[in-house]
Ligand binder design. Structure first.
Ligand code: SF4
Length: 56
């Protein structure tokens, strides 16, 4: 299981330093989580002001 960043993402970048695995990167229209490495800790969801990262 992994977290996925939804279209609510406003590209603020606050989730990037929140991820202990440093697997969030900037994509075209939103930030993207490397789903192969995500351990579903939820830290990104806690840091996001618009609730974009959600459990898969
Ligand atoms: Fe990183 Fe945890 Fe978010 Fe997965 S759930 S992307 S490991 S902060």
């Amino acid at each position: 299981m992994a977290h996925i960043i939804g279209d609510e993402c406003v590209k603020c970048g606050l989730c990037v330093p929140a991820c202990p695995l440093e697997i969030i990167s900037e994509g075209e229209s939103k930030y993207v989580i490397d789903g192969d490495k995500c351990i579903d800790c939820g830290a990104c969801a806690g840091a996001c002001p618009v609730g974009a990262p959600k459990p898969e």
